[in-house]
Write a new protein. Sequence first.
Length: 31
Amino acid sequence: MQEINQSGGYNDEIEGKLKGILDSFKATQSW
């Protein structure tokens, strides 16, 4: 989230990081 706040941008690299975080969260949490 810091990258988005600092740059004010949203690019594929940041999207990839967020997707990785979400995927790892889904893998370790039960909804």
